[in-house]
Design a protein around this ligand. Structure first.
Ligand SMILES: [Zn+2]
Length: 119
């Protein structure tokens, strides 16, 4: 976690809010079926680097395929600002949608491709 900084973020309507400590020099663009449609850009953090501040009751869970990832989204505005899942290592991890993090200069990010389609 060389360049980890503290950020806040959330969904569009504001019901779902979180704080996260993340290194945005490592942002992943995934080609799997849901990421392509959603256009999400991901930063992965361990659970202790993530705190849901508001909106737990507003979250709706969507799962598909192997159902190892909880694609959570706000039931009011429909924005999926983060997901929960189990990493290949077996540890829980949080995938934060960097597009939902406040104050990020998105065009300045260096994206790392992930071949999720073939996992
Ligand atoms: Zn919302």
């Amino acid at each position: 976690m060389s360049d980890a900084k503290n950020y806040s973020g959330g969904c569009h309507c504001g019901q779902v809010r979180f704080d996260v400590t993340a290194d945005l020099s490592k942002v992943y663009s995934c080609n799997c079926s849901i990421c392509v449609k959603r256009g999400a850009l991901w930063a992965f953090v361990p659970p202790e680097s993530f705190a849901l501040r508001a909106g737990a009751e507003a979250l709706v869970d969507y799962q598909f395929n192997k159902k190892v990832i909880h694609h959570l989204f706000c039931g009011q505005c429909g924005v999926g600002s983060f997901s929960r899942g189990i990493a290949p290592s077996g540890n829980e991890m949080i995938a934060v949608n960097v597009r939902c993090v406040d104050g990020v200069d998105l065009p300045a990010l260096t994206l790392t491709p992930v071949d999720g389609k073939n996992w």
